[in-house]
Design a protein around this ligand. Sequence first.
Ligand code: UDP
Length: 330
Amino acid sequence: MKKILVTGGAGYIGSHTVVELIEADYTPIIVDNLCNTSIQNIQGIEKIIDKKIKWHNTDCTDKSAMDKVFAEEGRMEGAIHFAAYKAVEESVQNPQKYYDNNMGSLKVLLQCMQENNVKNIIFSSSCTVYGMPDVLPVDENAPFKKAESPYGETKQLCEKMLKEDSCNSVALRYFNPVGSHSTALIGDCSADRPSNLVPIITEVAIGKREKITIFGNDYKTPDGTCIRDYIHVVDLAKSHVKAMEFLINNTGKHAFNVGTGIGVSVLDAIKAFEQTNKLSINYSIGPRRDGDIEQIYANSNLVKEKLGWEAKETLEKAMISAWEWEKLKE
Ligand code: UDP
């Protein structure tokens, strides 16, 4: 069975990917120091797959600790690199923390890969690299705009690092991941107070927040609220399995959008949550949020053509699973 190193494998997208890797007969090896997730996800993975998972409690920026992981694991087919900080606002307040960790962990991983002859890497990138695209739906040839935050800049810089390295790489540019595994045993355990739309909706639903403020309804969109492409996290996880298969059979540098291609407004997302879960969400309209882009959604033709991947889950299913996770998480 092919071993795949999964940094950040106990995180939100990482844990879902570990489950999909196992279902596709890979052997994922998790490297995660749980700095922004919980042991709950490791335990959840083990319950879903009904066996123990190999996990190194290791900081990816620590070269000598990573050397030990590589020495212990021996031959590996590739790495999937999720380990990174992801809070946009925090990155504005503390940019150095983001440059050090997000760039530092990729640097160490690439060094270890080179020294151990591991050639394939999949990187968690983001549609944030495009800023507000000139053409919608946005495709992979769109230019990178000036980053709106240090977080976004680390994604652009990491893609550049990959291009300059000798590895074979796929950068997966995620649109907006939402939802959870159907068992509700794994999900987003990050300590950050949620700043993303769907976790805020679920916090309102459960009573942790009184209401959600919609950041602006005067955009040039049909209902005036911003538009995003919300992708079910299980679909997103599956794209990593396809990308790994692709890299095992192809060399070179690649980047793919991973989205549904469907633009959904903030109001549509709230309505979808309300209708599927038969709940009412208290919201009000507030001012625009600094740095928000008006609309973005994916042209996903390339990922379909090259990886044979496309989104299968619906927004409705994502909203149901998001609510189940909110109710069950510790
Ligand atoms: N949003 C909102 N209120 C909130 C959080 C988010 O209106 O409390 C909107 C936000 O303006 C954006 C969309 O929801 O249009 C998705 O925001 P999120 O932070 O989840 O993702 P990103 O903006 O990074 O794509």
